[in-house]
Design a protein around this ligand. Structure first.
Ligand code: C2O
Ligand code: CU
Length: 443
Protein backbone atom coordinates (compact mmCIF):
# COMPACT_ATOMS: atom_id res chain seq x y z
CA UNK A 1 0.00 0.00 0.00
CA UNK A 2 1.50 3.39 -0.83
CA UNK A 3 2.14 5.53 2.18
CA UNK A 4 1.32 9.09 1.21
CA UNK A 5 3.05 10.52 4.21
CA UNK A 6 6.50 9.19 3.61
CA UNK A 7 7.35 6.43 1.26
CA UNK A 8 4.89 7.06 -1.54
CA UNK A 9 6.25 5.40 -4.64
CA UNK A 10 7.54 7.90 -7.15
CA UNK A 11 4.68 7.07 -9.48
CA UNK A 12 2.04 7.23 -6.72
CA UNK A 13 -0.53 5.04 -8.45
CA UNK A 14 -4.06 5.51 -7.23
CA UNK A 15 -4.62 2.40 -5.24
CA UNK A 16 -8.24 1.24 -5.57
CA UNK A 17 -8.06 0.20 -1.92
CA UNK A 18 -7.62 3.84 -0.99
CA UNK A 19 -10.62 5.21 -2.85
CA UNK A 20 -13.95 5.25 -1.09
CA UNK A 21 -16.31 2.63 -2.51
CA UNK A 22 -18.72 5.01 -4.20
CA UNK A 23 -16.46 7.99 -4.71
CA UNK A 24 -14.09 8.46 -7.58
CA UNK A 25 -11.59 11.01 -6.39
CA UNK A 26 -10.56 12.08 -9.87
CA UNK A 27 -14.06 13.39 -10.65
CA UNK A 28 -14.20 15.66 -7.60
CA UNK A 29 -12.42 18.55 -9.26
CA UNK A 30 -12.80 22.30 -9.11
CA UNK A 31 -14.23 24.06 -12.20
CA UNK A 32 -12.16 22.76 -15.12
CA UNK A 33 -13.41 25.38 -17.57
CA UNK A 34 -13.72 29.15 -17.42
CA UNK A 35 -11.16 31.91 -17.50
CA UNK A 36 -9.39 32.12 -14.14
CA UNK A 37 -9.54 35.39 -12.22
CA UNK A 38 -6.08 34.68 -10.85
CA UNK A 39 -3.31 32.58 -12.27
CA UNK A 40 -0.03 31.51 -10.73
CA UNK A 41 2.80 29.31 -11.92
CA UNK A 42 4.95 27.58 -9.33
CA UNK A 43 8.05 25.70 -10.40
CA UNK A 44 9.59 23.33 -7.89
CA UNK A 45 13.35 23.47 -8.14
CA UNK A 46 16.58 22.99 -6.28
CA UNK A 47 18.03 26.32 -5.21
CA UNK A 48 21.30 27.03 -3.50
CA UNK A 49 20.79 29.30 -0.56
CA UNK A 50 23.35 31.23 1.40
CA UNK A 51 22.70 31.28 5.13
CA UNK A 52 23.51 34.15 7.46
CA UNK A 53 26.29 31.94 8.86
CA UNK A 54 27.98 32.10 5.45
CA UNK A 55 27.27 28.42 4.78
CA UNK A 56 25.45 27.49 1.56
CA UNK A 57 22.80 24.77 1.58
CA UNK A 58 20.53 23.25 -0.99
CA UNK A 59 16.92 24.32 -0.52
CA UNK A 60 13.98 23.01 -2.49
CA UNK A 61 11.82 25.94 -3.49
CA UNK A 62 8.96 27.13 -5.59
CA UNK A 63 10.26 29.64 -8.17
CA UNK A 64 13.62 29.79 -6.45
CA UNK A 65 12.12 31.63 -3.47
CA UNK A 66 12.12 30.65 0.18
CA UNK A 67 9.40 30.71 1.34
CA UNK A 68 7.66 30.35 -2.02
CA UNK A 69 5.81 33.29 -3.60
CA UNK A 70 2.95 34.61 -1.51
CA UNK A 71 -0.30 33.79 -3.30
CA UNK A 72 -2.86 36.52 -2.69
CA UNK A 73 -6.37 36.40 -4.05
CA UNK A 74 -9.90 37.54 -3.34
CA UNK A 75 -12.80 35.50 -2.07
CA UNK A 76 -14.94 34.13 -4.89
CA UNK A 77 -12.18 34.18 -7.48
CA UNK A 78 -11.51 31.25 -9.75
CA UNK A 79 -7.88 30.43 -9.15
CA UNK A 80 -5.60 28.43 -11.39
CA UNK A 81 -2.19 27.31 -10.24
CA UNK A 82 0.15 25.62 -12.69
CA UNK A 83 2.66 23.42 -10.91
CA UNK A 84 5.85 22.50 -12.71
CA UNK A 85 8.62 20.32 -11.46
CA UNK A 86 12.08 21.16 -12.70
CA UNK A 87 14.33 18.78 -10.82
CA UNK A 88 12.86 17.30 -7.64
CA UNK A 89 13.36 13.60 -8.31
CA UNK A 90 10.69 12.13 -6.05
CA UNK A 91 8.04 14.38 -7.58
CA UNK A 92 6.07 17.16 -5.88
CA UNK A 93 2.51 18.36 -5.36
CA UNK A 94 0.69 21.39 -3.98
CA UNK A 95 -1.58 21.03 -0.97
CA UNK A 96 -3.63 24.06 0.14
CA UNK A 97 -3.36 23.74 3.89
CA UNK A 98 -6.65 24.79 5.51
CA UNK A 99 -8.55 25.41 2.27
CA UNK A 100 -11.56 23.20 1.75
CA UNK A 101 -11.08 22.63 -1.96
CA UNK A 102 -12.73 19.83 -3.96
CA UNK A 103 -10.96 16.57 -3.23
CA UNK A 104 -9.12 16.17 -6.55
CA UNK A 105 -7.46 19.58 -6.00
CA UNK A 106 -6.12 18.65 -2.54
CA UNK A 107 -2.67 17.71 -3.74
CA UNK A 108 -1.98 14.53 -1.77
CA UNK A 109 0.38 12.30 -3.73
CA UNK A 110 -0.77 8.71 -3.83
CA UNK A 111 -4.32 9.63 -2.79
CA UNK A 112 -5.79 12.46 -4.85
CA UNK A 113 -3.16 12.58 -7.60
CA UNK A 114 0.18 11.22 -8.67
CA UNK A 115 3.29 13.13 -7.71
CA UNK A 116 4.38 15.51 -10.47
CA UNK A 117 7.73 14.27 -11.74
CA UNK A 118 10.61 16.33 -13.16
CA UNK A 119 9.51 17.80 -16.48
CA UNK A 120 5.83 17.30 -15.71
CA UNK A 121 3.05 19.85 -15.12
CA UNK A 122 -0.16 19.70 -13.11
CA UNK A 123 -2.94 22.28 -13.09
CA UNK A 124 -4.98 23.01 -9.96
CA UNK A 125 -8.22 24.94 -10.22
CA UNK A 126 -10.54 25.95 -7.42
CA UNK A 127 -12.76 28.78 -6.29
CA UNK A 128 -11.39 30.61 -3.24
CA UNK A 129 -14.48 30.13 -1.08
CA UNK A 130 -12.99 31.09 2.29
CA UNK A 131 -11.22 34.21 3.45
CA UNK A 132 -8.14 34.33 5.62
CA UNK A 133 -4.64 33.05 6.12
CA UNK A 134 -3.56 29.69 4.71
CA UNK A 135 -0.44 28.16 3.28
CA UNK A 136 0.60 25.72 0.62
CA UNK A 137 3.19 22.99 0.60
CA UNK A 138 4.19 19.87 -1.24
CA UNK A 139 2.41 16.74 -0.03
CA UNK A 140 4.78 14.17 -1.43
CA UNK A 141 7.26 12.89 1.14
CA UNK A 142 6.19 15.94 3.12
CA UNK A 143 8.52 15.42 6.05
CA UNK A 144 11.47 15.90 3.72
CA UNK A 145 10.07 18.33 1.17
CA UNK A 146 8.45 20.84 3.54
CA UNK A 147 11.57 20.87 5.68
CA UNK A 148 13.62 21.68 2.60
CA UNK A 149 11.46 24.66 1.69
CA UNK A 150 8.59 23.63 -0.60
CA UNK A 151 6.04 25.92 1.06
CA UNK A 152 4.54 29.40 0.94
CA UNK A 153 1.75 31.64 2.22
CA UNK A 154 -1.72 31.76 0.68
CA UNK A 155 -3.92 34.70 1.57
CA UNK A 156 -7.55 35.20 0.62
CA UNK A 157 -8.83 38.72 1.10
CA UNK A 158 -12.52 39.55 1.38
CA UNK A 159 -14.10 40.23 -2.03
CA UNK A 160 -14.82 43.82 -1.11
CA UNK A 161 -12.47 46.00 0.86
CA UNK A 162 -14.17 48.16 3.46
CA UNK A 163 -15.25 51.53 2.09
CA UNK A 164 -13.64 53.87 2.92
CA UNK A 165 -10.49 51.77 3.23
CA UNK A 166 -8.45 52.46 6.36
CA UNK A 167 -6.09 55.27 5.41
CA UNK A 168 -2.96 53.35 6.18
CA UNK A 169 -2.68 49.63 6.42
CA UNK A 170 0.09 47.14 6.83
CA UNK A 171 -0.81 43.54 6.07
CA UNK A 172 2.06 41.08 6.37
CA UNK A 173 2.15 37.31 6.16
CA UNK A 174 4.95 35.92 8.33
CA UNK A 175 5.98 32.33 7.75
CA UNK A 176 7.74 30.65 10.65
CA UNK A 177 9.92 27.75 9.51
CA UNK A 178 13.21 26.04 10.03
CA UNK A 179 14.99 25.26 6.80
CA UNK A 180 16.69 21.89 6.53
CA UNK A 181 19.19 20.82 9.11
CA UNK A 182 21.38 23.64 10.27
CA UNK A 183 19.29 26.22 8.45
CA UNK A 184 18.07 27.90 11.61
CA UNK A 185 14.73 29.47 12.44
CA UNK A 186 13.44 31.95 9.94
CA UNK A 187 10.56 34.38 9.77
CA UNK A 188 9.58 34.64 6.11
CA UNK A 189 13.01 33.38 5.18
CA UNK A 190 14.91 35.83 7.33
CA UNK A 191 17.16 34.76 10.17
CA UNK A 192 17.61 37.35 12.88
CA UNK A 193 15.79 40.61 13.15
CA UNK A 194 14.04 42.68 10.47
CA UNK A 195 12.98 46.23 11.03
CA UNK A 196 10.13 47.94 9.22
CA UNK A 197 8.76 51.43 9.44
CA UNK A 198 5.13 51.81 10.45
CA UNK A 199 3.64 55.23 11.09
CA UNK A 200 1.72 55.67 14.34
CA UNK A 201 -1.98 55.01 13.70
CA UNK A 202 -1.35 52.44 10.96
CA UNK A 203 -3.71 49.51 11.23
CA UNK A 204 -1.52 46.43 11.25
CA UNK A 205 -2.44 42.83 10.46
CA UNK A 206 0.25 40.23 11.05
CA UNK A 207 -0.65 36.84 9.64
CA UNK A 208 1.35 34.32 11.61
CA UNK A 209 1.84 31.01 9.85
CA UNK A 210 3.63 28.15 11.53
CA UNK A 211 5.08 26.11 8.69
CA UNK A 212 7.44 24.28 11.00
CA UNK A 213 6.88 20.82 12.52
CA UNK A 214 6.92 22.02 16.12
CA UNK A 215 4.66 24.44 17.96
CA UNK A 216 5.89 28.02 17.93
CA UNK A 217 5.48 30.49 20.75
CA UNK A 218 5.06 34.04 19.55
CA UNK A 219 5.47 37.07 21.75
CA UNK A 220 4.06 40.43 20.69
CA UNK A 221 5.25 43.31 22.82
CA UNK A 222 4.68 47.03 22.71
CA UNK A 223 1.01 47.08 21.73
CA UNK A 224 -2.32 45.73 22.85
CA UNK A 225 -3.71 43.50 20.13
CA UNK A 226 -6.57 41.31 19.03
CA UNK A 227 -6.43 37.80 17.62
CA UNK A 228 -8.74 38.49 14.69
CA UNK A 229 -8.67 35.04 13.12
CA UNK A 230 -7.63 31.49 13.92
CA UNK A 231 -6.81 29.16 11.01
CA UNK A 232 -8.46 31.61 8.62
CA UNK A 233 -11.72 31.82 10.60
CA UNK A 234 -12.68 35.21 11.99
CA UNK A 235 -13.03 35.38 15.75
CA UNK A 236 -16.33 36.84 16.91
CA UNK A 237 -15.76 40.02 18.93
CA UNK A 238 -12.07 39.46 19.69
CA UNK A 239 -11.14 41.26 22.90
CA UNK A 240 -8.09 43.45 23.27
CA UNK A 241 -5.26 41.68 25.04
CA UNK A 242 -1.65 42.42 25.90
CA UNK A 243 1.36 40.57 27.17
CA UNK A 244 0.23 37.08 26.33
CA UNK A 245 2.20 34.44 24.48
CA UNK A 246 0.64 32.87 21.44
CA UNK A 247 1.24 29.17 21.05
CA UNK A 248 0.73 28.32 17.42
CA UNK A 249 0.28 24.70 16.36
CA UNK A 250 2.56 23.36 13.66
CA UNK A 251 0.56 24.17 10.53
CA UNK A 252 -1.73 26.61 12.37
CA UNK A 253 -2.31 30.33 11.78
CA UNK A 254 -3.21 33.33 13.91
CA UNK A 255 -4.03 36.78 12.50
CA UNK A 256 -3.16 39.47 15.03
CA UNK A 257 -4.26 43.06 14.53
CA UNK A 258 -3.41 46.26 16.32
CA UNK A 259 -3.03 49.98 15.81
CA UNK A 260 0.55 51.08 15.57
CA UNK A 261 1.50 53.14 18.65
CA UNK A 262 4.16 55.87 18.66
CA UNK A 263 6.84 53.48 19.91
CA UNK A 264 8.33 50.19 18.61
CA UNK A 265 6.36 46.93 18.56
CA UNK A 266 8.20 43.64 18.47
CA UNK A 267 7.01 40.26 17.31
CA UNK A 268 9.27 37.34 18.06
CA UNK A 269 8.90 33.60 17.57
CA UNK A 270 10.73 33.20 20.85
CA UNK A 271 9.71 33.89 24.40
CA UNK A 272 13.14 34.69 25.68
CA UNK A 273 15.30 36.47 23.16
CA UNK A 274 15.21 39.63 21.11
CA UNK A 275 17.55 38.41 18.40
CA UNK A 276 14.88 37.07 16.07
CA UNK A 277 11.72 38.71 14.93
CA UNK A 278 10.03 41.68 13.35
CA UNK A 279 10.52 45.13 14.79
CA UNK A 280 7.94 47.66 13.70
CA UNK A 281 9.05 51.13 14.47
CA UNK A 282 7.68 54.60 13.76
CA UNK A 283 11.15 55.66 12.58
CA UNK A 284 12.44 52.39 11.20
CA UNK A 285 14.84 51.99 14.10
CA UNK A 286 14.84 51.59 17.85
CA UNK A 287 15.10 48.89 20.43
CA UNK A 288 12.76 45.99 21.02
CA UNK A 289 11.08 45.99 24.42
CA UNK A 290 12.86 43.65 26.85
CA UNK A 291 11.31 40.17 27.03
CA UNK A 292 8.82 39.76 29.87
CA UNK A 293 9.19 36.51 31.75
CA UNK A 294 6.35 34.03 32.23
CA UNK A 295 3.68 35.62 30.08
CA UNK A 296 0.38 33.78 30.30
CA UNK A 297 -0.72 31.80 27.25
CA UNK A 298 -3.47 32.99 24.97
CA UNK A 299 -6.44 30.64 25.34
CA UNK A 300 -8.49 30.25 22.15
CA UNK A 301 -11.14 28.21 24.00
CA UNK A 302 -12.30 31.19 26.02
CA UNK A 303 -11.48 34.08 23.70
CA UNK A 304 -14.05 36.34 22.03
CA UNK A 305 -17.83 36.11 22.33
CA UNK A 306 -19.98 33.04 21.82
CA UNK A 307 -22.35 32.63 18.87
CA UNK A 308 -25.04 30.01 18.27
CA UNK A 309 -23.24 26.78 17.30
CA UNK A 310 -24.21 24.32 14.57
CA UNK A 311 -23.48 21.45 17.00
CA UNK A 312 -22.49 21.10 20.64
CA UNK A 313 -21.51 18.48 23.20
CA UNK A 314 -25.23 17.66 23.53
CA UNK A 315 -25.81 16.99 19.82
CA UNK A 316 -26.45 13.44 18.68
CA UNK A 317 -23.67 12.56 16.26
CA UNK A 318 -23.75 10.14 13.35
CA UNK A 319 -20.15 9.12 14.00
CA UNK A 320 -18.07 9.18 17.13
CA UNK A 321 -14.36 8.41 16.85
CA UNK A 322 -12.07 7.96 19.85
CA UNK A 323 -8.44 8.48 18.90
CA UNK A 324 -5.62 7.89 21.32
CA UNK A 325 -2.13 9.06 20.39
CA UNK A 326 0.90 7.25 21.75
CA UNK A 327 4.40 6.16 20.91
CA UNK A 328 6.10 2.78 20.78
CA UNK A 329 9.24 1.29 19.32
CA UNK A 330 8.95 -0.88 16.28
CA UNK A 331 9.83 -1.47 12.66
CA UNK A 332 8.38 0.83 10.04
CA UNK A 333 9.38 0.99 6.43
CA UNK A 334 12.22 -1.33 7.30
CA UNK A 335 13.76 0.62 10.14
CA UNK A 336 13.53 0.51 13.90
CA UNK A 337 12.23 3.76 15.24
CA UNK A 338 9.85 5.48 17.62
CA UNK A 339 6.48 4.95 15.96
CA UNK A 340 3.69 7.42 16.51
CA UNK A 341 0.50 5.48 16.93
CA UNK A 342 -3.23 6.12 16.81
CA UNK A 343 -5.13 3.57 18.89
CA UNK A 344 -1.93 1.51 19.02
CA UNK A 345 -1.51 1.34 15.25
CA UNK A 346 0.49 2.99 12.53
CA UNK A 347 -0.71 4.02 9.09
CA UNK A 348 -2.24 2.36 7.08
CA UNK A 349 -3.61 0.27 9.96
CA UNK A 350 -4.79 3.32 11.90
CA UNK A 351 -8.56 3.81 12.24
CA UNK A 352 -10.35 4.56 8.99
CA UNK A 353 -12.72 7.46 9.57
CA UNK A 354 -15.68 6.35 7.50
CA UNK A 355 -18.52 8.81 6.96
CA UNK A 356 -21.49 9.51 4.70
CA UNK A 357 -22.06 12.90 3.15
CA UNK A 358 -24.00 15.06 5.60
CA UNK A 359 -22.93 13.13 8.70
CA UNK A 360 -22.19 14.99 11.92
CA UNK A 361 -18.91 13.64 13.14
CA UNK A 362 -17.42 13.85 16.60
CA UNK A 363 -13.79 13.06 17.34
CA UNK A 364 -12.08 12.76 20.70
CA UNK A 365 -8.31 13.20 20.71
CA UNK A 366 -6.33 11.89 23.66
CA UNK A 367 -2.57 12.39 23.81
CA UNK A 368 -0.86 9.78 25.98
CA UNK A 369 2.59 10.45 24.56
CA UNK A 370 5.25 12.95 25.55
CA UNK A 371 5.15 15.15 22.47
CA UNK A 372 2.70 17.59 20.89
CA UNK A 373 0.53 16.33 18.07
CA UNK A 374 -0.88 19.08 15.87
CA UNK A 375 -3.77 17.22 14.25
CA UNK A 376 -4.60 18.45 10.76
CA UNK A 377 -7.79 17.47 8.98
CA UNK A 378 -7.88 18.06 5.24
CA UNK A 379 -10.93 19.46 3.46
CA UNK A 380 -12.95 20.35 6.58
CA UNK A 381 -12.88 22.62 9.59
CA UNK A 382 -13.32 21.22 13.07
CA UNK A 383 -15.20 23.01 15.82
CA UNK A 384 -13.55 22.59 19.21
CA UNK A 385 -16.23 21.56 21.72
CA UNK A 386 -14.09 20.96 24.78
CA UNK A 387 -10.54 21.01 26.01
CA UNK A 388 -9.52 18.73 28.87
CA UNK A 389 -13.16 18.25 29.90
CA UNK A 390 -13.94 21.97 29.91
CA UNK A 391 -16.43 23.14 27.29
CA UNK A 392 -15.17 25.90 25.01
CA UNK A 393 -16.84 29.17 26.00
CA UNK A 394 -15.49 31.84 23.66
CA UNK A 395 -16.10 32.62 20.02
CA UNK A 396 -16.69 29.42 18.03
CA UNK A 397 -13.20 27.98 17.69
CA UNK A 398 -12.91 26.55 14.19
CA UNK A 399 -9.61 24.94 13.41
CA UNK A 400 -7.96 22.78 10.80
CA UNK A 401 -4.82 22.14 12.82
CA UNK A 402 -5.26 21.55 16.53
CA UNK A 403 -2.29 21.20 18.83
CA UNK A 404 -2.91 18.33 21.25
CA UNK A 405 -0.25 18.62 23.95
CA UNK A 406 0.92 15.70 26.11
CA UNK A 407 -1.82 14.64 28.53
CA UNK A 408 -4.50 16.68 26.78
CA UNK A 409 -7.95 15.62 25.58
CA UNK A 410 -10.01 17.51 23.02
CA UNK A 411 -13.48 16.87 21.67
CA UNK A 412 -14.05 18.33 18.21
CA UNK A 413 -16.82 17.99 15.65
CA UNK A 414 -17.39 18.69 11.98
CA UNK A 415 -19.95 18.16 9.29
CA UNK A 416 -18.92 15.75 6.54
CA UNK A 417 -19.75 18.05 3.63
CA UNK A 418 -16.85 17.61 1.23
CA UNK A 419 -16.86 14.15 -0.35
CA UNK A 420 -13.67 12.35 -1.20
CA UNK A 421 -10.64 10.75 0.35
CA UNK A 422 -8.94 13.00 2.89
CA UNK A 423 -5.95 12.85 5.18
CA UNK A 424 -6.15 13.47 8.90
CA UNK A 425 -2.65 13.48 10.34
CA UNK A 426 -0.17 14.92 12.75
CA UNK A 427 1.53 18.01 11.29
CA UNK A 428 4.74 17.21 13.01
CA UNK A 429 5.51 15.76 9.61
CA UNK A 430 8.04 13.26 10.85
CA UNK A 431 5.35 11.85 13.15
CA UNK A 432 3.05 11.56 10.17
CA UNK A 433 5.80 9.76 8.28
CA UNK A 434 6.21 7.41 11.24
CA UNK A 435 2.63 6.27 11.48
CA UNK A 436 0.48 9.12 12.76
CA UNK A 437 -1.86 9.47 9.88
CA UNK A 438 -5.44 8.43 9.04
CA UNK A 439 -7.86 8.51 6.14
CA UNK A 440 -11.27 10.13 6.20
CA UNK A 441 -13.32 8.30 3.59
CA UNK A 442 -16.82 8.97 2.29
CA UNK A 443 -18.74 5.77 1.64
CU1 C2O B 1 -0.35 20.75 5.73
CU2 C2O B 1 -1.60 16.91 5.05
O1 C2O B 1 -0.90 18.82 5.33
CU1 CU C 1 2.67 14.06 16.30
Amino acid sequence: LPDQMSMAPVHGQHSPALSGPSVSVTELTGPRTGVPDRQFTLTAQKTMRKLSTGKTIEAWTYNGQYPGPELRMKQGELVEVVLKNKDIDAGVTLHWHGLNVPNAEDGVAGATQDAVLPGETHVYRFVAEQTGTYWYHSHQQSAVQVKKGLLGALIIEPATTPNPAPSSQLDLALVHHKLGSGGGMTLSGITGRTTKTAAPGTSVRLRLINADSFPATFRLQGASFQVAAIDGNDVHEPNLIANQQLLLAAGGRYDVIFTMPDHPVFLSPSKTDNDNGLLLSPHGSGEAPAPLPDLPYFDPASYGSPLPLPFTLQTTYDRDFQLVFDVQFGFYNGRLDGLWTINGRVFPNTPMLQVKEGDLVKMTFVNRSFMDHPMHLHGHHMLVLSQNGKPATGSPWWTDTLNVAPGETYIVAFRADNPGLWMDHCHNLSHAALGMSMHLVYE
